[in-house]
Design a protein around this ligand. Sequence first.
Ligand SMILES: Cc1ncc(COP(=O)(O)O)c(C=O)c1O
Length: 349
Amino acid sequence: MINIIEPRFFEEEKQALLEILESRQITRGKWTQRFQEEFASYLGVEHVYSVCSGTVALFIALKALGVEGQRVVVPALSFMATIDAVLLAGGIPVVVDVDEYYTMDPGQLEDAVKRYRPKVAIAVHLYGQTADMESIMYLSEKYGFYVLEDAAQAHGAEFKGKKAGSIGHMAAFSFYASKNVPMGEGGAIAVKDEKLANEVKKWIDFGEHPAFNVRITEFQAAIGSIQLKYLDERNKARRAWAQIYNQAFKNHFAVPTEREGAYHVYHLYTLRHPERDKIIQDLKRAGIDSRVYYTYLLSELRNAEHLPLDRAEKFRREVFSIPVHPYLTEEQVDYIIQSVLATVEVSAG
Ligand SMILES: Cc1ncc(COP(=O)(O)O)c(C=O)c1O
């Protein structure tokens, strides 16, 4: 089976884990400190706080922004954590449609803002490409709401020269095993503003109000720190496969396109085709792992208020993702291309 997701670890990670075991400093040590500093400087933000998951990062960011009893706009297409964090933080979600790049449609965001006066909009950088942050930040200033980036799938992505996670007021990352920076489990909150950083800290250092323990161990931080060193090079490899796929598939499928000014890091390589379910079955038989991100709309999943979701409704019936990880070989990519093309030739005949 060619896996859709494949974290890999090498001698450096092994050495670091051994060193941590021998030091007996297994939590709250130099690796956690180092990882936070390295990731903050990579993103170009003042503060990064590591936490135990992306969901918790979203939750704490929303608490820090004060969404209790307030509307929060989210796009229809994302992992369920995006809307669950809103509900857990006491916010009231409003779901809007996506644009052709699978990210929040700024036109609908404006409609939702006029109608619901939200406190926050969560811009999800789905599949590894940033949302239209220029339009979204413009609306944020015009109407006065916060922008929280859900950058769980977009480590190293950029928009107009700025890193995903450094453009909005705050950002949440995930370091789940499948992500472009994998730790196993883990997350982080990125924040520039001192006042917001202080609100975040109340959820991280105990004392100010009831809070959870959301720390990661030194083992996770070490893996994150080492994986981060290779992020740019591995993202380049993902982009190179995506370019080859685009050439091969553009006449038969809706291929992913890059927004002007965006640097897509292809956390997932996602195609669209009306025969999606059959294609996935054929690929499974050929030994290729192919999956749907996501079959549901967030509004439907949590029965939330929403605007018309025509694009998301169409996309969730047609999208499927194929392996694009940096450890694929040329032979595997050729085999994937032949196999994917064979599925539509068969269905066309
Ligand atoms: C877009 C998005 N948001 C949030 C999350 C939640 O992250 P985690 O699984 O680390 O809680 C994920 C990943 O799982 C995700 O893909």
